[in-house]
Design a protein around this ligand. Structure first.
Ligand SMILES: C[S@@+](CC[C@H](N)C(=O)[O-])C[C@H]1O[C@@H](n2cnc3c(N)ncnc32)[C@H](O)[C@@H]1O
Length: 215
């Protein structure tokens, strides 16, 4: 579905499966079966005769969907996401620590660092380092208890904002676990990495193990 761009084709309203098949160069019947299967789990709505539209969930298959904006507007779902991120950070932090010497850095910034689980896990094993946690305001609002639980709160400066605007200066290592690279918009693929590069010039280096933005 993503490769065919069906969600983008439904952006302005419902369309017939015949129309969708013609535009995507696919065959009507198999496409109809896939669309109907996805409608049965709430990705599309099916209307007679054989027309489909996007549901609120299906909207997030659009290439211009902003999943972070969805999170902001749905705090309960955001909490679930943040909890999942904490679990992931706990699961792979040992691997990161074993392959990268975080001990060579004085100030480690985690850009899009969520509620701080990843940064806290790193600081816990690098006691001389300080941290900067940067994420959107509604996300870092939940960082206090995470940082306190790992006993690193007094070494972390929490900063709120959007990395499309700027990122905090002053770190000698910038981590980014994917949100810059994952953004589909031109602003993300051009603007953010440029700003990230500016931050890098001020810094000594960034982690090859963690920073997946293309800067
Ligand atoms: C994959 S999660 C990283 C989770 C984090 N490593 C942790 O341990 O919880 C990506 C993060 O990027 C943040 N993010 C997305 N867009 C952002 C923006 N424009 N500015 C700052 N942070 C953003 C999200 O809020 C989310 O917390």
């Amino acid at each position: 579905m993503a490769e065919l761009g069906i969600a983008d084709l439904l952006r302005d309203g419902d369309r017939s499966v015949k129309d969708l098949a013609a535009v995507t160069g696919t065959t009507v019947e198999p496409l109809y079966r896939v669309l109907r299967a996805l409608a049965s789990i709430g990705v599309f709505d099916e209307h007679d005769p054989r027309r489909f539209s996007l549901t609120p969930i299906g909207e997030f298959l659009r290439t211009d969907a902003d999943v972070w904006e969805y999170r902001r507007a749905h705090p309960r779902d955001g909490e679930v996401f943040d909890a999942a991120m904490r679990t992931l950070a706990a699961a792979d932090v040992q691997a990161r620590i074993s392959v990268y010497d975080f001990g060579r850095h004085r100030v480690i910034a985690d850009i899009g660092g969520g509620t701080g689980a990843n940064l806290a896990s790193i600081l816990a094993v690098v006691p001389q380092a300080r941290g900067i946690l940067f994420d959107q305001p509604h996300v870092v609002a939940g960082a206090g208890s995470v940082l306190a639980a790992t006993d690193v709160a007094d070494r972390v400066e929490v900063a709120a904002g959007s990395f499309f605007e700027s990122v905090p200066a002053g770190a000698d290592l910038y981590l980014n676990a994917g949100p810059l690279a994952a953004r589909p918009s031109p602003a993300a693929s051009v603007g953010s990495p440029r700003r990230c590069r500016v931050s890098q010039r001020r810094s000594e280096r960034r982690s090859a193990t963690d920073c997946s933005c293309s800067c």
